[in-house]
Design a protein around this ligand. Structure first.
Ligand code: NAD
Length: 294
C-alpha cells in the first residue's frame, strides 16, 4: 500500500506556482490576485478561508479577504460580488459556502462572472466541463485528478465507483473520470443514498472515490484487493486520546481499507490540501486568461 501524499504534492505545486510568480515579477507582469468573501462566523469556513489566504501568501499571489457580518443582506452581498466582477485587478474570487440561511446560494453563485469563478461552481463552468471545453474545474475534483496524474495512476478502462453525488465533488468527478483522455477513460458508477447494495457496487471498483460525509463509512470488506482509494471526507469525530477531544476522520475506515488498497489518500493530508492548491492553480489560469482569454 502506498500513501497518496497530498501534503507533499501540494508543497511541490506551491513551489512551482511560486517560481511562476517570480517569472511574472521579473517580466513586470501582473501578480495573480484572488479575493474571498466570507459571510458570518462559521468556524469551519473561517479555517478554510484562512488557509486559502495563507496559501496565496506562500506562493506570492495577492489576496483580499472581504468579511461580511452574518446579517448581511443578499442584496448587499450581490453588490460586493458585482464589484469584484468589475474590478480589473481581481483575477478570480470565491464566496465561501455555506452562506447564512437568508441568502440564496444559487443566486450568489449565478452572479459570479464565469471568467472569475475560480471555484468552478457556476453552471457555465460546470456545463463547459461536462462538454470537455476549457473551464475552471471545481477545486476538489481537480485536486483528485492532479493526485492521479502526479502518481501516474492508470485510469484508462478502469472501473471507478464514486460514492456521493454532490454538485461540488461526486457528480463532477464522475464526469471528469469518464471523459476521454488522461486521467479519465474510466467506466464510472455514480452511487448515492438510494443505491441498492452499495458494498457490492464498491467491491467492483478499481478506483473508489468516497465523498459522503459519514465518518469511516467505507469498510475493509467493501474494497477489492489492490483498489485505488480516494477519500474526500472531512469529518470531525470525538476522540478522548486527543487534547482537543476530537480528531478529523475521512469517509473511509482507513485502518481496515488501507491494507487492501494499492494506493490510498490519508485524511488529513490527502485531498483536502490539494483542494486549496487547485484553487491557486485556477487563479493563475484566470490571471493568464487561459480559459476565457484576456
Ligand atoms: P454532500 O452532503 O453534499 O453529499 C453527500 C452525498 O453522499 C450525497 O450525494 C448522498 O446521496 C450521499 N450519501 C449520503 N448518505 C449515503 C449513504 N448512506 N450511502 C450512499 N451515499 C450516501 O457532501 P459533499 O459536499 O460532497 O462532501 C462529502 C464529504 O467530503 C464531506 O465529508 C465533506 O466534508 C468532504 N469534503 C471535502 C473536501 C475537501 O477539500 N477534501 C471538499 C468538499 C467536501
Amino acid at each position: 500500500m502506498y500513501l497518496l501524499d497530498g501534503k507533499l504534492l501540494s508543497e511541490q505545486i506551491k513551489l512551482e506556482l511560486a517560481a511562476e510568480v517570480d517569472q511574472i515579477k521579473l517580466q513586470g507582469g501582473k501578480i495573480p490576485h484572488l479575493a474571498a468573501i466570507i459571510v458570518g462566523e462559521n468556524p469551519a469556513s473561517q479555517v478554510y478561508v484562512a488557509s486559502k489566504i495563507k496559501s496565496c501568501e506562500q506562493v506570492g499571489f495577492k489576496s483580499t479577504l472581504i468579511r461580511c457580518e452574518a446579517d448581511t443582506s443578499q442584496e448587499e452581498l450581490l453588490k460586493i460580488v458585482d464589484g469584484l466582477n468589475q474590478d480589473p485587478d481581481v483575477d478570480g474570487f470565491i464566496v465561501q459556502l455555506p452562506l447564512p440561511k437568508h441568502i440564496d446560494e444559487e443566486a450568489v453563485t449565478l452572479a459570479i462572472a464565469p471568467e472569475k469563478d475560480v471555484d468552478g461552481f457556476h453552471p457555465v463552468n460546470f456545463g463547459r466541463m461536462a462538454q470537455g471545453l476549457p473551464s475552471f474545474l471545481p477545486a476538489t475534483p481537480m485536486g483528485i485528478l492532479e493526485i492521479l496524474k502526479r502518481y501516474n495512476i492508470e485510469t484508462s478502462g478502469k472501473h471507478c465507483v464514486v460514492i456521493g453525488r454532490s454538485n461540488i465533488v461526486g457528480t463532477p468527478i464522475s464526469i471528469l473520470l469518464s471523459r476521454k483522455g488522461y486521467p479519465g477513460d474510466c467506466t464510472v458508477t455514480l452511487t448515492h443514498s438510494r443505491t441498492k447494495d452499495l458494498p457490492a457496487e464498491v467491491r467492483r471498483a478499481d478506483i473508489v472515490v468516497a465523498a459522503i460525509g459519514i465518518p469511516e463509512f467505507v469498510k475493509g470488506d467493501w474494497v477489492k484487493e489492490g483498489a485505488v482509494v480516494i477519500d474526500v471526507g472531512i469529518n470531525r469525530i470525538p476522540d478522548d486520546t486527543k487534547k482537543s477531544g476530537t480528531r478529523i476522520a475521512g469517509d473511509v475506515d482507513f485502518e481496515q481499507v488501507a491494507p487492501k488498497s494499492s494506493f490510498i489518500t490519508p485524511v488529513p493530508g490527502g485531498v483536502g490540501l490539494m483542494t486549496v492548491t487547485s484553487l491557486l492553480m485556477n487563479t493563475l489560469k484566470a490571471s493568464k486568461g487561459e480559459i476565457y482569454g484576456k
